[in-house]
Design a protein around this ligand. Sequence first.
Ligand code: UDP
Ligand code: MG
Length: 322
Amino acid sequence: MPTLHLVVPCYNEEAVLAESCRQFVELLEKLIGKGKINASSQVVFVDDGSRDKTWLLIEKEASRRSHVTGIKLSRNRGHQNAVLAGLMASNADVVITIDADLQDDINVIETMIDHHAQGSEIVYGVRNDRSSDSLFKRNSAVAFYKLLAWFGVDLIHNHADFRLMSRKIIDALREYNEVNLYLRGIIPLIGFKATTVEYVRKERFAGETKYPLKKMLKLAGEAITSFSTVPLQMITMLGFIVFGCSLLVGGWVIWTALFTKNAVPGWASTVFPLTLLGGIQLLCLGVIGAYLGKIYGETKSRPRYFVERTVTGLPVQDRELV
Ligand code: UDP
Ligand code: MG
């Protein structure tokens, strides 16, 4: 029977924590009772530097429930790093990552475990219905997948970070030392047998989203620059096109000078290429800058997070944390 750790990143989740903790622990007890997972299975809450009472609540839950572990990061490091901290701290045979807000359907966790028992190393939770999302979020998600596919990056559609990973996968993940980690892109690269389970994503149980538009755009940019160099190739293409155009304009200027009386080219034909080229150059510099910034970040290879404190209902071996 595998030991299961449910890794739950939490940022300012005081409004939902008690309820999600109750539901997660109940689920673990049910699965333990059914003999599907080991009795030492845990819910591992990772407090991502919350400013509210999240950590106090985690401590409280850990002090009264044996299946609760808490990891407190030294400050807010973002959702992906919080998930990673939980994964790296875990020594379980199987880990399932899930959001704290009960949007993901915990009833499919049993199916995930069954898939794992049948040999899957990864089980992706895939939403088959996005009706609980705002119109904007739904459309931007579709546009995002299309854009990424165009850039040559194939993601599992409608899958966020609700997934099961076996020990094999977590050990493989340790080999990826990228500072800007985009788990949804990395996990499929690892390989091994993967399956999906479908579920309906609900509304947030309480509290509000911790993923405002700015963070969503940052994650999208992360996904593109971490997995695709197509934007750089596009710059080269653009360079060729602009070069071709400038040859044509040059030919036209020479022709005008030699064969017509309008030897002085007009204002428009001077100013237009100038502004056009200026714009294109700035655009290209921007794209190159984005990649350069990335290289800069990676070469410093700064630590991705620090664990400040750990509380646990049961002794869980604290693994080396990078
Ligand atoms: N989260 C986190 N750190 C952050 C932002 C979010 O750990 O900086 C957690 C948050 O507590 C939640 C999960 O990541 O458990 C997903 O966030 P949220 O539900 O706000 O995103 P949405 O579902 O609206 O995309
Ligand atoms: Mg949510």
